[in-house]
Design a protein around this ligand. Structure first.
Ligand code: NAD
Length: 477
């Protein structure tokens, strides 16, 4: 349990903040208490923002190579506590140990990438008159409020914080109220490599987030989380003029074409729907399978779902950990119950298991239709709702009809179908013949309800900076 006086970091100093409010975290695998977390007050957010603002000029004028070196040191500090951080992730949100370690390693990699890319990120020279120097520079935007989710708490925070810091911004981070111990340890490790006030942290849920997102000192509000929250943050930031970066929810389709091996396709669908218990922004949320292979595909997918070993994340044999908490399990189960009431047929799962913890079984639903909320909304659980289609075109049309625009996957042997898919699917990412994977640095801009701006990749360095044009006329009359 974290000591009461280490829940808020401002200007290099830890404290408990000024409030009395606390909440108790519970372990999603057991329902047992995990610790008591202090909630930052609006006054605490003011203090953290003021510390970030005061540290901004000094950090902005620190040579970029030194900022990069600080990020390398931060990555080493994270590496030194790798197992502890991963264990906290597992304890707080239930992720199986191997996945939790992978998330922390991804965070270290992001810090290292930005440590290298940051000092190389600059403006360009312009072709002005002979007696002048004309060029552009990229300057830090100032203070960045970073608001992150629980589902991959280290990797996402390290990416946003790393890109903000290496470009000379200062940061106030609010980790998710469902992963505060992880967030606090991460802040401790990173801040230990930085001057006081460069990285600050507050705790709490939506209320603290609102104060941060609408704070007049924030120059950028970077949010990774749900679409509803992203919309609210956009409203708040509009009032202050802060730039927003929103990486939000998705309802990613998976299209399974005729002619593919149904067993292989079921394996892909199982990874896409059930990895991290479906709690990945780019989880497969709806499946369209061609009628020519639908029967064999559904049988194979249901069998895979039934065979997944469900258990506590800390058990190394676990393939399906618990959902993050009881509230989220209720949300997932309500979607499943509604779909069944509307005519979907459960082939696996769909029932809340007895016993402690917020476990939910891998669930396969056949006979789903386009208008079911389970097909239109983000469920964020281990659920595969499947619609059988008569043609690839029908699948593509249905896949395109969504308010979200994060990612999509197509499994096909037909190159014309693959080409039609990547050309016409209006999503940030299109994957052909693999639900996950891709080259490093492949950041995309999400569409519509999935957000806007680059939250990842080298382009995030552009987002975190503002461009200035400089014209220096050397001759003075
Ligand atoms: P969430 O939006 O509820 O919470 C994320 C953060 O926002 C938390 O720190 C939370 O306290 C804060 N927050 C909540 N309400 C707020 C408000 N009114 N004002 C300001 N801040 C507020 O999301 P979550 O449940 O933590 O995460 C799951 C969601 O995140 C899913 O929708 C998932 O798709 C999305 N996600 C997206 C990406 C991506 O890259 N697109 C990556 C990971 C997760």
């Amino acid at each position: 349990m974290r000591p009461r006086d280490r829940w808020m970091l401002a200007g290099g100093r830890w404290s408990q903040g000024t409030g009395e409010d606390v909440f108790t975290m519970t372990d999603p695998a057991t329902g047992e208490p995990l610790g008591v977390v202090a909630v930052s007050t609006p006054a605490d957010v003011d203090t953290a923002m003021a510390a970030a603002r005061d540290a901004a000029p000094g950090w902005a004028s620190t040579p970029a190579a030194e900022r990069g070196a600080a990020l390398h040191a931060a990555a080493r500090a994270v590496e030194g506590r790798l197992d502890e951080l991963a264990a906290l992730v597992t304890a707080e949100m239930g992720k199986p140990t191997g996945d939790a370690l992978g998330g922390v390693e991804a965070g270290m990699a992001a810090l290292r990438r930005y440590a290298e890319l940051g000092p190389l990120h600059g403006g360009r020279s312009l072709q002005g008159g002979w007696g002048a120097a004309d060029f552009t520079v990229r300057e830090p935007r100032g203070v960045v409020a970073v608001i992150t989710p629980w589902n991959d708490p280290v990797a996402i925070a390290c990416g946003l914080i790393g890109a903000a810091l290496v470009t000379g911004n200062t940061v106030v981070h609010k980790p998710s109220e469902r992963a505060p111990h992880t967030g606090a340890l991460l802040a401790e490790l990173l801040a230990g490599c930085l001057p006081g006030g460069v990285l600050n942290m507050v705790t709490g849920g939506g209320e603290t987030g609102e104060v941060l997102a609408g704070h007049p000192v924030a120059d950028v509000v970077a949010h990774v989380g749900s679409t509803a929250t992203g919309r609210r943050i956009a409203e708040l930031a509009l009032r202050t003029g802060a730039k927003t970066l929103l990486e939000n929810g998705g309802s990613d389709p998976l299209i399974v074409d005729a002619g593919v091996d149904p067993s292989w396709a079921a394996g892909q669908a199982a990874i896409g729907c059930f990895a991290n218990a479906g709690q990945i922004c780019t989880s497969v949320e709806r499946v369209y399978v061609h009628e020519a292979i639908a029967g064999a595909f559904l049988d194979a997918l249901a069998e895979r779902a039934r065979n997944l070993r469900m258990g506590p994340g800390a058990d190394v044999t676990t393939e399906l950990g618990p959902l993050v908490d009881e509230r989220h399990r209720t949300h997932v189960h309500q979607h499943v119950e509604k779909a069944i009431a509307d005519g979907a047929r459960p082939l696996a799962g769909a029932e809340i298991p007895a016993g402690p913890g917020s476990f939910y079984p891998a669930t396969v639903l056949a006979h789903c239709t386009d208008h079911m909320p389970i097909m239109t909304e983000e469920v964020f659980g281990p659920v595969a709702p499947v619609r059988t289609v008569a043609s690839f075109e029908q699948a593509l049309n249905a896949a395109r009809r969504s308010r979200y625009g994060l990612a999509a996957t197509v499994l096909t042997r037909d190159m014309a179908h693959a080409q039609a898919a990547w050309r016409t699917l209006d999503t940030g990412t299109v994957k052909i013949n693999a639900v996950f994977g891709g080259a490093p640095g492949g950041a995309a801009t999400p569409r519509r309800a999935s957000g806007h701006g680059f939250g990842y990749g080298p382009e995030l360095l552009d987002e975190m900076t503002a461009v200035k044009v400089v014209h220096v006329q050397s001759a003075v009359p």
